[in-house]
Design a protein around this ligand. Structure first.
Ligand code: GLN
Length: 311
């Protein structure tokens, strides 16, 4: 069978999603996210040849939120290697993204780097030996480098709101600190965490940034290695099993790709060897993952036969 034309498939899916009445609930814990238009929808696929297929609001920046956790994990592994796994596990949690329950049973070691507790612990690793401003600069520079786009910025209003309302994240950080899992002053670690969650990017920028995960750790445009192939494979594995919190099983079942979601409605999905994909639809499902984002990715992988589990 002829491979369907990628650009046509992407635009068709974007159009189908725009017409659906079911859009999920936009996150409302901070005003900056609550006022995002629930009708927005963007989808970008970048293939191995660097061809960009874009549909809908593909150039509109949105709050990447927890999608940043895939990139902070990459940075922290680059800094301390496999020693990172002494500070954070890599098992699915089966709990909501902001859950605290497992921390007591597991002596302050978060289950994985993608729930909030785990991402705060990973942020603390990146911060050690640096000032918060330097650590944040490092994360932002990494995003700009990966996306090849120096216009990517942090939305300071989002960061300030996160900081003002982030009581549960503060509780997670203090609780981990009591077990010695957090090394730096809790407020410093939280400040860096809130700010990297507040990075704004478009679907195009995000799909660009995810390319190294799709192509064995390399940027296919420049041929430069970002991480060794083995590390890209392992980050993808953790994204598959943990990238959607307690919706990770459902995402694997329906989409069949490693993916990382954020409460801003974005999802970065990786089709290894085939494509880096970013989708954005602000309405969320009960697990805090983009409702139409998941449905769009399910349609995409079904039509293209891209699930890692087979056609
Ligand atoms: N900044 C959000 C929080 O810490 C990120 C959560 C998410 O995207 N799931 O609550």
């Amino acid at each position: 069978d002829a491979v369907p034309d990628l650009d046509r498939v992407v635009k068709e899916i974007a159009e189908e999603m725009r017409q659906r009445p079911d859009r999920g609930e936009v996150a409302s814990y901070i005003p900056e996210l609550a006022r995002v238009d629930s009708d927005a929808f963007g989808l970008v696929v970048i293939d191995a040849e660097g061809r960009v297929a874009a549909g809908g609001d593909s150039e509109t920046p949105f709050s990447i939120q927890s999608i940043s956790k895939a990139f902070t994990l990459t940075l922290a592994l680059g800094m301390v290697g496999d020693r990172l796994w002494r500070r954070v596990g890599r098992e699915p949690s089966g709990s909501p993204f902001n859950s605290i329950v497992q921390l007591e049973r597991e002596r302050g070691i978060p289950r994985n780097p993608f729930i909030n507790a785990g991402a705060i612990a990973v942020t603390d690793v990146i911060l050690s030996g640096h000032q918060p401003r330097e650590a944040l600069g490092e994360i932002l520079r990494f995003m700009r480098f990966l996306a090849d786009d120096s216009s990517i910025v942090i939305d300071e209003a989002v960061a300030a709101s996160e900081q003002r309302t982030g009581f549960r994240n503060a509780a997670l950080a203090h609780y981990m600190k009591s077990f010695g899992v957090i090394e730096n002053p809790v407020d410093f670690t939280l400040g860096v965490y809130f700010h990297h969650c507040a990075i704004s990017m478009s679907c195009r920028q995000l799909a660009m940034a995810g390319r190294f995960l799709a192509y064995s750790g390399r940027n296919p445009a420049t041929g430069h290695s970002v991480v060794p192939p083995e590390r890209a494979r392992r980050i993808n594995a953790v994204m598959l099993t943990c990238g959607h919190y307690d919706g990770s099983g459902e995402f694997a079942y329906r989409v069949g790709l490693p993916g990382k979601s954020g409460v801003g409605g974005g999802i970065l999905a990786i089709a290894p060897g085939k494509a880096s994909i970013a989708v954005w639809s602000p309405g969320l499902d009960a697990s805090g993952n983009s409702h139409l984002g998941r449905i769009a990715l399910e349609a995409l992988t079904r039509r293209l036969g891209w699930s890692i589990f087979g056609t």
